[in-house]
Design a protein around this ligand. Structure first.
Ligand code: GLU
Length: 468
C-alpha cells in the first residue's frame, strides 16, 4: 500500500485555536498510526493578514502539544514560481484562459444572472478568445459547464455538486498572485499529500479543487471533512464561549496529553473509552470512527480528563510543566527539594497544574498563614494538649518514618484519649493553614522534622496567645 501522507496547513492570521488543533491532531495521529508522513505548510499568501507572530504562535502551540512534522514547514509565500509554472501549464493545455473583463462587466453579469433568479456567475465572455498574456488580465479555469462533481468524503459520504454552479473561477489575479484554491491543490499535489482531513467549513472549496486535480492529471486524495467544534449553546465555538487559543489551556494548567485526548474524542470514538494515552491513540486512531455530528466543547469534561492524566503521569514528568506555576507563586522548585514526593501527594486531588501549584505552596512557605475559619474551628484550647504532646514526641523521635510517625500518633491518642480525627485536624491546620490537604502522615513524613516542629510550635503559641 502507498505510504499515507497527511498535512496541516494553517493560515497564520492568529493563534492556533482548538478547532485547528483538532484538525492537526487528526492528521498527525493518522500519519503516525499508518507509519506515514505528516507535512506542515504555512498558508501565508494573504500578505496583509499573515504575521510572523502568528507563525511563531502556531509553532509554539504545536510544540507544546508534541505534534511533530516530518516535512516542512513549507511557506506558500516562497512558492510563487511553482504556482506560476502550473498556471502556465493549464493555459498551455487550453484548460485555463486569460480574461480581460472589467470589474464593471463582471458586475453587470452578476446583476443579470441575479435578475433571472440564477446564481451570479462568469458568463464565459473571454473563454474562447484565445488571449495571450495581456496586461491586467486574470487567468480563469475552464470549468465543465454541465455534469456533476462528486466529493467522496470518508466522513460525510458522497456530496454531489452541480458543475453549472462552479463557473470559470479565477486561479490567478491580475497582479499575478495565484488564488487560494489553486495554490492548495498545487501544494497538495507537489507534496504528494494523499489524505486530507479538514474542517467542513472548507467543503465548498473541494469540488473546485477536484476539478483542478483532474485538469492537472493528478490522482485525487482521500477527503474527509470534520464537523466544526461547537460551544455549549451549540453555536460554532467562538471567543464568547471562553478561551480559543490552545496555549491558553497550557497557561491554565492543562497537560498536552489531556488536551490531545480531549480534542480527539471531540469528533472521534473508540467504543466507550474516554481516557487514552498518546501511545494508545497512535495505536487505535482511524478515519472510520470520526463522527458525523459536531462535538461540543465542555470545559468540565476537559478538566476531568486532565485530572486523570495528572493522576496517570509519573511525578517526575510533572515537575517541568508544574514549574512555571510555582515560579509565578514565587517558589523555585529545584529537583531535590522533595518536589516529586510533593507532586505525588497532590496528584489525586488536582484538576489542573494551577490547582496543584496552589495546593503545593504550604510545603514551601516559611511562614504559614492560617485560613481564618480553619484556625477558629481547630486551633483552640482543646488542641493544646495533643499539639504539645505531638511536638514533644516528634522532637524526640529517632525513627522518622511512616511507621515511626504512626506510633507517635497512637501514643498521643492513648495519652489524650482522643480519636485520630480530633488530633489530625488541628495538626493539619498547623502544618498547612487549611482544613483540606493530602494525608496527615504523608505530609509530616515528607516535610520532615525541621519544617514540622516549628509549625507545631507556632500553632501552640497561636492558641496560647488567643487564650490571654
Ligand atoms: N489554510 C486553511 C485554514 O487554515 C486550511 C486549508 C485546507 O485544509 O485545505 O483553514
Amino acid at each position: 500500500m502507498e505510504q499515507i501522507i497527511t498535512r496541516f496547513p494553517p493560515s497564520p492570521t492568529g493563534y492556533l485555536h482548538v478547532g485547528g488543533a483538532r484538525t492537526a491532531i487528526f492528521n498527525w495521529l493518522y500519519a503516525r498510526h499508518m507509519q506515514g508522513k505528516f507535512v506542515l505548510r504555512i498558508e501565508d499568501t494573504d500578505a496583509e493578514r499573515s504575521t510572523q507572530a502568528s507563525v511563531d504562535a502556531i509553532f509554539e502551540a504545536l510544540n507544546w502539544l508534541g505534534i511533530d512534522w516530518d516535512e516542512g514547514p513549507y511557506f506558500q509565500s516562497q512558492r510563487f514560481d511553482i504556482y506560476r509554472g502550473y498556471i502556465q501549464k493549464l493555459v498551455d493545455s487550453g484548460q485555463a484562459y486569460y480574461c480581460t473583463c472589467s470589474v464593471e462587466q463582471i458586475d453587470a453579469m452578476r446583476q443579470k444572472a441575479m435578475s433571472t433568479g440564477a446564481k451570479p456567475r462568469y458568463d464565459g465572455t473571454c473563454r474562447d478568445k484565445g488571449l495571450t498574456s495581456p496586461d491586467n488580465a486574470v487567468v480563469r479555469f475552464k470549468a465543465p459547464p454541465t455534469g456533476t462533481t462528486v466529493v467522496e468524503d470518508v466522513i460525510k459520504g458522497n456530496i454531489v455538486f452541480q458543475n453549472d454552479e462552479l463557473d470559470d473561477f479565477v486561479i490567478c489575479r491580475s497582479d499575478g498572485t495565484p488564488t487560494y484554491n489553486f495554490v492548495v491543490v498545487v501544494d497538495d499535489i507537489t507534496m504528494h499529500i494523499n489524505t486530507i482531513i479538514r474542517g467542513d467549513d472548507h467543503v465548498m472549496n473541494t469540488p473546485k479543487q477536484i476539478l483542478l486535480y483532474k485538469a492537472l492529471g493528478s490522482p485525487l486524495p482521500t477527503f474527509g471533512h470534520v464537523p466544526m467544534v461547537l460551544g455549549n449553546d451549540r453555536a460554532r465555538l467562538s471567543k464568547r464561549h471562553g478561551a480559543m487559543s490552545v496555549t491558553a489551556y497550557r497557561d491554565m494548567g492543562f497537560l498536552p496529553d489531556a488536551m490531545i485526548n480531549y480534542l480527539v474524542r471531540l469528533g472521534w470514538s473508540h467504543g466507550d473509552q474516554e481516557f487514552f494515552t498518546r501511545a494508545e491513540l497512535i495505536e487505535v486512531f482511524d478515519l472510520a470512527n470520526i463522527g458525523r455530528s459536531a462535538g461540543v466543547f465542555d470545559l468540565e469534561k476537559l478538566q476531568a480528563l486532565n485530572a486523570e492524566h495528572i493522576m496517570a503521569a509519573s511525578p517526575g514528568d510533572l515537575v517541568a510543566p508544574l514549574k512555571p506555576f510555582m515560579d509565578k507563586a514565587g517558589v523555585d522548585i529545584e529537583p531535590g527539594n522533595y518536589i516529586d514526593q510533593v507532586i505525588e501527594t497532590l496528584q489525586p486531588r488536582s484538576k489542573t497544574l494551577a490547582d496543584m501549584a496552589a495546593a503545593a505552596l504550604f510545603y514551601y512557605v516559611d511562614d504559614i498563614v492560617y485560613d481564618e475559619k480553619a484556625a477558629q474551628k481547630f486551633l483552640k484550647a482543646a488542641a493544646l494538649e495533643p499539639l504539645r504532646l505531638l511536638a514533644d514526641k516528634l522532637g524526640a523521635l529517632a525513627d522518622y518514618t511512616p511507621s515511626g510517625l504512626e506510633d507517635v500518633f497512637k501514643a498521643v491518642m492513648d495519652e489524650t484519649d482522643l480519636k485520630l480525627g480530633k488530633i489530625a485536624q488541628p495538626v493539619r491546620v498547623a502544618l498547612t493553614g487549611r482544613t483540606a490537604s493530602p494525608g496527615i502522615f504523608e505530609i509530616i513524613a515528607i516535610m520532615g522534622k525541621d519544617r514540622v516542629l516549628p509549625r507545631l510550635q507556632k500553632a501552640i503559641q497561636f492558641i496560647e496567645e488567643g487564650q490571654d
